[in-house]
Write a new protein. Structure first.
Ligand code: PLP
Length: 420
């Protein structure tokens, strides 16, 4: 059966035919058959260079041979024990070695769980209820943070089913705006448990913090006794070995991981300073738990992924990212177009916007319809990216120079077609 027919059936079985909303693009999404390295092949027989990469986790590409070997071996030894394992110590130690804020680690199963628990921890530690997030950041699909949210929620905003009482303590401010944050903190600072932020906003495309912005936030949070949470679900183990906090040299109190940490399998983690982390049950009064938390397959895949992610890996990958963005900028200029190429390290996005994009409001001014045309042209030209202006594109270590040449050519060709 082909993707078109499968989608008709899947819509009968599953709401919208998908297990996560952003996957459901029109007229129908391609159904995956298999994937290897930098490529994904659909059930209809077409192969694409993949820059969606499972929405970020696959920094080593699909079916990384060492990870496949490790999880095959682990599966034979059992996939769930319900008791601690030595490998959890190994992976937590690796995180502690790499990540500046990490004295201790609690594993869970997804980024959503990680941010939910990190916020609870901050509230438990400070005894305060209010939290601050930034417009357009996405911290998962739980109730507290689905306020002016990015990712799929930027396309399908304002979820029903969330009581106002749940979000009345969630305050949001524009990203990269020191004045707006200062004003809010001066008014509410002593009631605020935490500021949670994506250091690089990867759920409204790709937006970097302005120079000095992170230092400004760090100082403000220290002054008011507010816990600073870096949500590194995307940036963790992507920008550098120690994540965005190492890359930018600003250390939060707590951070959250998921995606890359699981080596392609589901995982989440909260890492942070000991005096805060010790509050998690069973040591402390902040409850946090999960049947599958620290599950042997994900932990083993995570260890095997991190073993391959050393400094030289990031130097090479980030260099490739820089080159690709430069090439895209040149091509766009040669075509006489005025579009924004945003990105950092191995993250990038093109905004269909004539003005620079530094926050959510500016990102939302981009022409999403044109982006959709571009997305479909790219598919025709053999490149798969996330089907939304408000997602980020990624590179992996499996992308060869030839892949990247093909990608930049496909982007140029697609832009020519949609603007002709
Ligand atoms: N935080 C950020 C920054 C994310 O990008 C995501 C997912 O894309 C999440 C949290 C939620 O992670 P998960 O989808 O694993 O629940």
């Amino acid at each position: 059966m082909y993707s078109e027919e499968l989608f008709k059936i899947s819509k009968e079985n599953m709401p919208g035919g998908v297990s996560s909303p952003v996957r459901a693009y029109k007229p129908y999404p391609f159904f995956a058959k298999q994937a290897s390295g930098s490529k994904i092949t659909d059930i209809d027989g077409k192969t694409y260079i993949d820059h969606c990469l499972g929405y970020g986790p696959l920094i080593l590409g699909h079916a990384n041979p060492k990870i496949v070997e490790a999880i095959t071996d682990q599966a034979q030894k059992g996939t769930l024990y319900g008791v601690p394992t030595e490998n959890e110590i190994k992976l937590s130690q690796e995180i502690i070695n790499r990540v500046p804020c990490a004295d201790m680690v609690r594993f869970c199963n997804s980024g959503t769980e990680a941010t939910m628990s990190a916020i609870r921890l901050a509230r438990g530690y400070t005894g305060r209820d209010k939290i601050v997030k930034f417009e357009g950041t996405y911290h998962g699909a739980h109730d507290y943070v689905l306020v002016k949210s990015g990712s799929g929620a930027a396309t399908h905003p304002d979820s029903k089913g969330i009581p106002e009482s749940t979000t009345q303590n969630t305050l949001s401010v524009p990203f990269n705006d020191e004045e707006a944050l200062k004003e809010l903190i001066e008014e509410e600072g002593n009631n605020i448990a935490c500021i949670i932020m994506e250091v690089v906003m990867g759920n409204v495309g790709c937006i970097k913090p302005k120079k000095g912005y992170l230092d400004f936030i760090r100082k403000l949070t220290i002054d008011y006794g507010i816990i600073l949470i870096f949500d590194e679900v995307i940036t963790g183990f992507r920008l550098s070995s120690g994540g965005a906090q190492e890359y930018f040299g600003v250390t939060p109190d707590i951070c959250t991981f998921a995606k890359i940490l699981g080596g392609g399998l589901p995982i989440g983690a909260i890492a942070g300073k000991q005096k805060i982390m010790e509050l998690f049950a069973p040591n402390g009064p902040v409850y946090q738990a999960g049947t599958f938390s620290g599950n042997p397959l994900s932990i083993r895949a995570g260890i095997t992924a991190l073993e391959q992610l050393d400094k030289s890996f990031y130097d090479t990958l980030n260099k490739k990212g820089n080159l690709l963005r430069l090439r895209l900028k040149d091509n766009i200029e040669d075509l006489g177009l005025n579009l924004q190429v945003n990105g950092i390290g191995s993250m990038f996005q093109i905004y269909f916007n004539p003005e620079p994009v530094t926050n959510y409001t500016e990102a939302k001014k981009s022409d999403s319809d044109l982006f959709t045309d571009y997305f479909h042209e790219l598919l025709k030209n053999g490149v798969f990216i996330a089907p939304s202006q408000f997602e980020c594109c990624f590179l992996s270590g499996a992308h060869s120079d030839e892949d990247l040449e093909k990608t930049s050519y496909a982007i140029e060709k697609s832009l020519k077609t949609i603007y002709q």
